[in-house]
Write a protein that binds this ligand. Structure first.
Ligand SMILES: NC(=O)c1ccc[n+]([C@@H]2O[C@H](COP(=O)([O-])OP(=O)(O)OC[C@H]3O[C@@H](n4cnc5c(N)ncnc54)[C@H](O)[C@@H]3O)[C@@H](O)[C@H]2O)c1
Length: 317
C-alpha cells in the first residue's frame, strides 16, 4: 500500500507508545483513524495530537475497548462503521499488548491468563471482527504486532517469559498462515507481522498498572524476594542490596526500560509504516531485532543456552 491518504485505519492500544505514534503519523498523511484503548484519557490525548498534524477532512475517532473481551471488540467495530460511515477499513494495526506472566510453573495464573488474553486474544478478537471489513475494501492490510519474543521465547537465561512469548508466537503463526489464506481467498488483502526489539515506551509501567501490581513501596516481602532473585539471575547486583534500595530499583525499572531503548516509539512507528508501504509481510524493528533474528537462525540449538543470544545481544546494540 503505497499511500495512506484517504484510507481508513484501525489502531488498537493507541493510548501510548507505538500505537499513539502510529495514529499520529497515519493522520499526518491524511489517513482517517479509529483507535481504541482501555484508558480513554490517553487515547483522547492521542487524538488531539493527531488532529494537529492531520490535513482537513481526516477523521480521528477514539473508543474505549478492552481487546481481550470479544463483546467490547464487536461494539468497537460497530462504532467504527457508524462513526466513519463506512462499510470497510483499509488498515488494521493489532498493536495493544502488555508484558507479564513470566513463569508458567511458579507465577500467578490470573496474570498469565490476562497477559495471554490481551496479547493473543486481542489479536484474535480484532482479526475476527475486522478482517471482514478489510476484505470488503479494495486494498487492505492487517498488521499484527508480535515481538522478538515471537521467534525467541526468552529474555535470556534465568528469566522465565512464558505467557508473553506464547502469545507472540501465536500472533506470528496466525500472521504467517494468513499470507496464503489471503492470497487464495482475498488477494487484495495483505498481512504483516511486526517484531520489535527494545523500543522506548512505558510498556513496563503500563503493564504493572494493568495487572494490578503492588507499588514497590507496598510490595509484600515474598514478592520483593522474588524480584531480588530474578534480578540476581539476570546478573544484576541485587543480593547485597537493602530492601529499600531494591524497592527503589523496581520503581525505576520501567523508566530505565523506556529511557535506555535504542529506538523511540515514533521511530518504531515510522519503520512499521515504511514496511507496510513496501508491502512487507515481516517487519523487524531495531538493530537488536535484526541481530537476534540472525543469531537464532544461525544456531537454533544454542538459542536457549547460556552462551546463546540473550539480553546481551539486545543490550549490545
Ligand atoms: N516496547 C517494546 O520494547 C516492545 C517490544 C516488542 C513488542 N512490543 C509490543 O508492541 C506493542 C505496543 O507496545 P508499546 O511498547 O507501545 O507499549 P505501551 O504500553 O506504550 O502501549 C500499549 C497500549 O496498549 C494498551 N492496552 C493494554 N491492554 C489493552 C487492552 N486489553 N485493550 C486495549 N488496549 C490495551 C495500553 O493501555 C497502551 O496504551 C505491544 O503489543 C507490545 O507487546 C513492544
Amino acid at each position: 500500500m503505497e499511500s495512506f491518504e484517504g484510507r481508513i485505519a484501525v489502531v488498537t492500544g493507541g493510548g501510548t507508545g507505538m500505537g499513539r505514534e502510529l495514529v499520529v503519523q497515519l493522520a499526518a498523511e491524511g489517513c482517517s483513524v479509529a483507535t481504541c484503548d482501555i484508558t480513554l484519557d490517553n487515547v483522547s490525548e492521542t487524538a488531539l495530537r493527531a488532529e494537529k498534524e492531520a490535513p482537513s477532512g481526516t477523521r480521528i475517532t477514539t473508543h474505549l475497548c478492552d481487546v481481550s473481551d470479544e463483546a467490547q471488540v464487536l461494539r468497537f467495530r460497530d462504532e467504527v462503521v457508524a462513526q466513519h460511515e463506512t462499510d470497510h477499513v483499509n488498515l488494521v494495526f493489532n498493536n495493544a499488548g502488555i508484558g507479564g506472566g513470566g513463569s508458567f510453573v511458579a507465577g500467578k495464573r490470573d496474570e498469565w491468563d490476562k497477559t495471554f488474553g490481551v496479547c493473543w486474544g486481542g489479536v484474535y478478537n480484532c482479526s475476527r471482527a475486522f478482517v471482514p471489513l478489510l476484505v470488503a475494501s479494495d486494498d487492505g492490510y492487517l498488521v499484527n504486532t508480535s515481538s522478538v519474543n515471537g521467534f525467541w521465547a526468552s529474555l535470556g537465561p534465568g528469566v522465565p517469559h512464558t505467557a508473553y512469548s506464547a502469545a507472540k508466537f501465536a500472533v506470528k503463526g496466525l500472521s504467517e498462515a494468513l499470507i496464503e489464506d489471503f492470497r487464495v481467498n482475498a488477494p487484495h488483502v495483505k498481512v504483516a507481522v511486526v517484531m520489535p526489539g527494545h523500543i522506548g515506551t512505558d510498556i513496563v509501567i503500563n503493564s504493572r498498572k494493568i495487572l494490578g501490581a503492588a507499588e514497590p513501596t507496598e510490595m509484600p516481602q515474598d514478592e520483593l524476594d522474588e524480584f531480588r532473585a530474578s534480578f540476581a539471575r539476570r546478573g544484576m547486583p541485587a543480593d547485597g542490596m537493602s530492601d529499600d534500595d531494591l524497592r527503589n530499583l523496581i520503581g525505576m525499572f520501567g523508566q530505565m526500560f523506556r529511557d535506555s531503548a535504542p529506538v523511540s516509539a515514533a521511530q518504531a512507528a515510522t519503520i512499521i509504516l515504511e514496511g507496510v508501504r513496501r508491502g512487507d509481510w515481516r517487519i523487524l524493528v531495531g538493530d537488536d531485532a535484526h541481530a537476534l533474528d540472525e543469531a537464532v537462525r544461525a544456531d537454533p540449538h544454542k538459542a536457549y543456552e547460556a552462551g546463546g543470544p540473550g539480553l546481551s545481544t539486545l543490550m549490545r546494540q
